[in-house]
Design a protein around this ligand. Structure first.
Ligand SMILES: NC(=O)c1ccc[n+]([C@@H]2O[C@H](COP(=O)([O-])OP(=O)(O)OC[C@H]3O[C@@H](n4cnc5c(N)ncnc54)[C@H](O)[C@@H]3O)[C@@H](O)[C@H]2O)c1
Length: 447
């Protein structure tokens, strides 16, 4: 097996060709392996086999080249697993409505592998999950047919650390943590990743590797929660939190800047820490930092609504009936991913108070009514093309580089900037976590 990996003769597979799985499959194919992606979504399978990419961070030209060379293909049929030597599982791990882990995607993938598991196969789970998933959940399913992990087949966990939209760090140059069930499992998984990733960091077990990922994401959630609370405090004290963080970040050691915002978004930070707190609870341990950060971060969209209501109040306008536009609906700058975006919460909260809600986001041309609790399908508004004061209020939710903030300020009577994105704010701009403009100034601008 080691030899077939090193010589690139091993046939590789990736289950789940999303934000994580497609870049990984492309890196394996680029490293010289024949790589097969398996996905339930026929549109993704078709795109790969036609040489097209549907993920911003993966160049279409790369997919086209690897596909035409026969090194990358996609299938929807799990029988392909019978001919594969390795398989990386990159399926979603969402939360249920009750905030309990939803492992149904991992279980489904494991069942599909189990019935096709063959001696010598290497199985690696990459989906973010609680410590224990690999050995408590995956292992028994895979061993059901009688093959023994560590002897007949090999099993490891390796968390994905991809950062969509990051121009510097990608699948190839971010170190990969690997924890196998046995030393041989770790060795094989390490050998596989070393063909495609610059640095591999072996750890002693799958549980450690699972916990590493949750430490990383909990670290972010807790620090963002802390700075969000500081922003609320600064609002009350009349201090500019952005100036405070900027100055604190000049300390060359012992400080790392985190920035406040309208709430957490994406598939990771709002979700992963709750996988850990759920698991800790099973062991009778209450993860207090995680719960507190969740409470503070979860309340941020409500705080933004009060900022909007206060800003409209300076104009003697009620939220009910006001035209409010959200600038940016994806969960972070320069990406098209709207999963868990705080913009969706904001739209629902504003809509429920009677505001007429619209949005501008060059990365998200349309927004289905199914995605937010207003039920109305919306289309991206080009702010360069609207009349002055077309909106009563614009809320800057995501600081895409494509936004022209002169257009933003021209298009609305008041602007609520939740990202400190506007570099030269006029008197009608209210910034989250910063002293509010005097009421007379805002009203004066409008008059
Ligand atoms: N997106 C990120 O930035 C990121 C970063 C690090 C880790 N992760 C983790 O990686 C995992 C995958 O996330 P993602 O963002 O790539 O998700 P995604 O939704 O973009 O992709 C998942 C893919 O899996 C497919 N799928 C679902 N069930 C399947 C099954 N049983 N068989 C085959 N295909 C199946 C879906 O059709 C989809 O294409 C999650 O656990 C996530 O927490 C994501």
């Amino acid at each position: 097996m080691l030899e077939s990996i090193r010589s690139r003769r091993a046939r590789l597979g990736v289950i789940g060709l999303g934000y994580v799985g497609l870049p990984l499959a492309v890196e394996f194919a680029r490293a010289g392996f024949v790589t097969t992606g398996i996905d339930l979504d026929p549109a993704k399978v078709r795109a790969i086999n036609e040489g097209r990419s549907y993920i911003d961070d993966v160049a279409g030209a790369d997919v086209a080249e690897l596909q035409s060379q026969g090194r990358l293909k996609a299938v929807a049929d799990f029988d392909a697993l019978r001919d594969l030597d390795t398989v990386n599982i990159c399926v979603p791990t969402p939360l249920r409505k009750t905030r309990d882990p939803d492992l149904s995607f991992i279980v489904a993938a494991a069942e599909d592998i189990a019935s096709r598991l063959h001696p010598g196969m290497l199985v690696i789970l990459e989906s973010t999950t609680y410590p224990g998933t690999t050995d408590e959940l995956l292992l028994p399913i895979l061993e059901r047919g009688g093959l023994k992990a560590g002897h007949d087949f090999f099993l490891a966990f390796s968390p994905e650390r991809i950062d969509p939209g990051n121009p510097t760090f990608n699948t190839r140059n971010v170190p990969k943590v690997v924890g196998g069930l046995t030393a041989t499992c770790t060795e094989l998984a390490q050998a596989l990743y070393e063909t495609a990733v610059s640095t591999v960091v072996p750890v002693s077990s799958p549980r450690v590797a699972e916990m590493v990922k949750l430490l990383e994401n909990t670290f972010r959630a807790v620090n963002i929660g802390m700075v969000n609370e500081l922003a609320l405090m600064c609002d009350r004290l009349g201090i500019d939190v952005w100036e405070v963080v900027r100055a604190a970040a000049t300390k060359p050691f012992g400080f790392m800047p985190f920035y406040p915002g309208p709430g957490l978004g994406g598939h990771c930070i709002p979700i992963d820490p709750f996988y850990l707190s759920w698991k800790a609870r099973q062991a009778g341990f209450e993860a207090r930092f995680i719960e507190l950060a969740g409470t503070v971060n979860g309340a941020m969209p409500h705080y933004v609504v009060t900022l909007v209501a206060d800003a409209l109040n300076t104009l003697r306008l009620p939220l009910n009936g006001s035209r409010v536009l959200l600038a940016g609906v994806s969960y972070k700058r320069n990406v098209d991913d709207i999963r868990e975006s705080p913009a969706l919460d904001l739209m629902a909260l504003l809509g429920a108070r009677g505001a007429s809600v619209s949005y501008s986001d060059p990365h998200v041309p349309t927004l289905s009514g199914r995605l937010w609790q207003g039920g109305v399908d919306l289309e991206h508004v080009d702010l360069g093309a609207v009349a002055p004061d077309a909106y009563d209020c614009i809320v800057v939710v995501t600081d895409h580089s494509a936004f022209n903030y002169d257009d933003v300020q021209r298009a609305a009577k008041v602007v609520v900037d939740t990202r400190n994105a506007i570099k030269s704010p006029g008197p009608n701009v209210v910034r989250l976590g910063a002293p509010r403009p005097a009421m007379a100034d805002v009203a004066g601008v409008i008059a």
